[in-house]
Write a protein that binds this ligand. Structure first.
Ligand SMILES: Cc1cc2nc3c(=O)[nH]c(=O)nc-3n(C[C@H](O)[C@H](O)[C@H](O)COP(=O)(O)OP(=O)(O)OC[C@H]3O[C@@H](n4cnc5c(N)ncnc54)[C@H](O)[C@@H]3O)c2cc1C
Length: 460
């Protein structure tokens, strides 16, 4: 064993890598764990609060989720909530606002009513808000700039009192802090160590960074958009390409909305619908977005990564076919073009405003500014074999002691869920024990039961 040898090396200190670091430390008997991060701090890319929408996507107001998908994300979202409550992170890492999905016009109103009936069993706390109720709890979605009620029919499905918002950078920090407190284990983190090369020699992985050389029995690559880049370098995931979709935001100069307001999603569009909500990092001022623009680089607001993009796209006939099929649809074509214009100075704000007014009819140009430095990149996966754009996350488990995770939205919400999936694979592969009982007790147990217990504990 060399000094730099670990049972498991995790590459990437975003919320996915940090969550895995925590779970390996807390719920397994693995003794040596290492995390390698390219930059000087945790969660400086997509997991940063300024990069993403800070939402816990638990499936109740996400109109692009089927009931089946909603049930799945509900379990993983619940893990984040349970973790935060267990450690007392309310109003520090996790926040509660009201939230809703808003239907505007006859078709969307009918859709929302039907969806409410379909989803209320899975989410018993959901309520159907009519215009009158909305005027009380979220007046900005009802009144125009003259103070008159908007003409269109509206209805919303939502709730109050649930946890809705997470500072995913702060969450990443807590995962690491709590792991470093664990005694009798080696839990090392190396910042400013960009992994350049991974090679398997015998049963050992040799990981070369810009600073040093490490070895491990198992490697998990949680490097965001770079996961597929590193996979390709090793000859894995060659049937996939990565399409980086940047998302930008506009920010208001005051508090306009009391909670999260999502719009009804066009089912043809693979990216989450525009929404507005209080930004926990900017005084609760309202943030609108995200937009969706294909960007020829893997990291937003960082120099370079253009070449990495071209390498990871692996442009060929299949990729071109995927693009052609997408652009054949007039809805998608218009959406792509419109989102491109959202980034063009002078016209961007005017156009964005038209869309955002569907949420807040009184919104005017002076209310919002382009949020400079906000936004990130969603590494959407192109499935070249089936010539399709994949909608959600993807994981390549090679079965050879290395896993690569690609995490577009809702990757932050599912950090603990994705991590436990990998923990089980790692323990099985290396012959370590996963303390499933403790994991279930702490992160799965029924939420309402846990809340009641917390209240009882507080009373005692
Ligand atoms: C506009 C937008 C809005 C979103 N909104 C939401 C939301 O509301 N809710 C939600 O759940 N999700 C949301 N997401 C998705 C969410 O942000 C991501 O799924 C999540 O942050 C992914 O975390 P990660 O740790 O996998 O990747 P990242 O946060 O990208 O972290 C990857 C880490 O790997 C490091 N790294 C990269 N290459 C190397 C290397 N070679 N060596 C060492 N380290 C390396 C990077 O420096 C980085 O720290 C949104 C995303 C965007 C872009």
């Amino acid at each position: 064993m060399t000094q730099n040898h670990y049972d498991v090396i995790i590459i990437g200190g975003g919320v996915s890598g940090s969550a895995l670091f925590y779970e390996l430390g807390r719920y397994t008997d693995i003794k040596n764990i290492c995390l390698l991060e390219k930059y000087g701090s945790l969660a400086s890319l997509n997991s940063n609060g300024s990069a993403n929408s800070q939402t816990i996507h638990c499936g109740d107001i996400e109109t692009n989720y089927t009931l089946e998908k909603a049930a799945k994300v509900k379990t993983t979202a619940n893990m984040v909530e349970k973790y935060c409550l267990q450690h007392g992170y309310e109003d520090k890492v996790i926040f509660s606002h009201q939230k809703m999905a808003l239907g505007v016009g006859f078709e969307e109103v009918e859709y929302m009513k039907n969806r409410f009936n379909e989803f209320k069993e899975l989410y018993p706390y959901l309520e159907l808000y009519d215009k009158e109720k909305l005027a009380q709890i979220e007046p900005a979605v009802v009144f125009d700039k003259d103070g008159n009620e908007r003409e269109e029919e509206i209805v919303a499905v939502g709730c109050e009192g649930e946890y809705t918002t997470v500072d995913y950078k702060a969450l990443s920090d807590t995962f690491i802090d709590n792991t470093l407190k664990i005694k009798d284990k080696v839990t090392d983190i190396f910042f400013n160590n960009e992994v350049k090369h991974i090679q398997k020699i015998g049963s050992t992985y040799h990981v070369q960074t810009t600073m040093s050389q490490f070895t491990a029995d198992f490697v998990v690559v949680d490097a965001g958009a770079h996961s597929l880049y590193l996979a390709h370098k090793m000859g894995h995931g060659l049937d996939y390409g990565c399409l980086p979709m940047a998302g930008s935001f506009y920010i208001s100069n005051r508090k306009i909305l009391n909670g999260k307001v999502y719009m009804v999603q066009n089912p043809k569009l693979p990216f989450a619908a525009l929404h507005g909500d209080p930004d926990i990092l900017v005084n609760g001022f309202t943030r609108f977005g995200p937009t969706a623009l294909m960007l020829p680089k893997l990291e937003r607001f960082k120099p370079g990564t253009y070449l990495d993009f071209f390498k990871t796209l692996r442009l060929d006939f299949n990729v071109i076919k995927i693009f052609i099929d997408l652009l054949k649809d007039s809805d998608i074509r218009n959406y792509v073009f419109r989102n491109f214009l959202f980034e063009v100075p002078y016209i961007n704000k005017k156009l964005f405003l038209q869309d955002a007014r569907k949420i807040v009819p009184s919104l005017c140009e002076d209310d919002i500014t382009y949020a400079k430095g906000f936004g990130g990149v969603r590494p959407q996966i192109l499935d070249k074999k089936n010539q399709k754009l994949m909608l959600g996350e993807a994981s390549i488990d090679t079965g050879e002691g290395i896993i690569f995770n690609m995490t577009p939205s809702p990757g932050a919400t599912s950090c603990l869920g994705n991590a436990v999936r990998d923990v089980k694979v790692i323990c099985e592969y290396l012959g370590f024990k996963f303390n499933e009982k403790c994991f279930n007790e702490e992160l799965i147990k029924d939420k309402t039961k846990a809340k009641k217990e917390l209240k009882q504990e507080a009373l005692v």
